[in-house]
Write a protein of this length. Structure first.
Length: 338
């Protein structure tokens, strides 16, 4: 029996809004909630939409929650979220997101995969949040595409789906299937989508309401402590990254790092490729650029001072590589917050 929420359900769960003046302008987003889904990613996905409606004074977005059996879904912290529909009652929508969390491999079911394939066949735009990229990969959706997933699953994902181009970005929005790595990266993605739909000003207003002043674009990389990162399983890799962190203002080449570790440069490159899906040189450059971005956004240091602090002796070179990475020059980044 299909379960429907009553219209007077707590506002956060409301689907059937009373007043929608221009339905053709309202974008409907469906969230398929997989058991043990991430509540943090869930909130970061839905709240920006609610706030966009609030700030704009319009019903720009509406949303519905779907669970496999149509009653509820339990997230990893034990909270229960009521569902509007089951998989067999999916309504037409503009965007569907699969949202999962821990133990997502235990929840790959035939009905779920069949539903995703049916929705793709009828033209529904399908994306994934947190560990949801694993489910899309299981369905065969991500072959040959870039995808993002929470860093904790990187090694296992690359082993299971070598045909998918896994990236360390917080989200990927320029592929057929949008993916976000979870946590606050989900908010980054939703703010990006709001900007695409309704402009930068609304996106900024929503971020302000969220007191979220460190919004990241798709090129930002996931960063976590080495103690919880896959690299800690390899002592050489962990030491190499520590050396990079300690020499951001005076970068050393990969050959020097390898020599200090007592391994060859080729071995060092293999370690970075295996565990981080990148090269030592590229990883180090990303680390320096992310440090530069933080300094530009969070300090009063000039662009030249930031460049020097991050190991760029030539401000012109710094400006070019920064723009290539973030799509904006250091000066424009600085002026944007002044």
């Amino acid at each position: 029996m299909q379960h429907r929420l009553p219209e007077n359900t707590w506002a956060f769960l409301v689907l059937n809004r009373k007043s929608v003046p221009h339905m053709r302008q309202t974008r409907h987003i469906t969230f398929v909630l997989i058991e043990e889904f991430s509540h943090l990613a869930f909130s970061c996905a839905v709240e920006p939409l609610r706030i966009a409606n609030l700030v704009s004074g319009k019903d720009l977005y509406e949303w519905s929650f779907v669970s496999e059996h149509g009653e509820h879904a339990v997230c990893s912290n034990g909270s229960v979220t009521l569902a509007h529909f089951g998989l067999d009652g999916l309504r037409k929508c503009d965007q569907l997101f699969v949202l999962s969390g821990i133990h997502m491999r235990n929840h790959v079911t035939r009905p779920l995969l069949a539903t995703l394939r049916r929705e793709r066949a009828r033209g529904t735009s399908i994306g994934a949040l947190c560990s949801g990229a694993w489910l899309l990969a299981e369905a065969g959706f991500l072959d040959g595409m870039q995808a993002a997933i929470h860093w904790e699953y990187h090694d296992a994902f690359m082993e299971a789906f070598p045909e998918v181009n896994l990236v360390r970005s917080v989200f990927v929005a320029d592929e057929k299937h949008i993916t976000a790595s979870g946590g606050t990266a989900t908010a980054d993605l939703m703010l990006h989508l709001i900007e695409q739909d309704h402009g930068e000003e609304l996106s900024i207003d929503v971020a302000d309401q969220m007191v979220y002043n460190a919004v990241r674009n798709a090129t930002a990389k996931q960063r976590v402590s080495l103690q919880s990162r896959n690299g800690m399983r390899n002592a050489h890799l962990a030491k190499a990254i520590h050396m990079m962190q300690d020499s951001i203002d005076a970068p050393v080449p990969p050959s020097y790092i390898a020599d200090q570790l007592g391994i060859s440069t080729r071995q060092l490159e293999r370690l970075f490729g295996k565990y981080l899906n990148t090269s030592p040189k590229k990883y180090f450059m990303e680390m320096r650029l992310e440090r530069a971005q933080k300094l530009l956004l969070q300090t009063e240091a000039s662009v030249t001072e930031v460049a020097m602090a991050c190991g760029f002796e030539n401000p012109g070179h710094f400006s070019r590589v920064y723009r290539s990475s973030f799509g904006v020059t250091p000066h424009a980044q600085k002026n944007k917050i002044d």
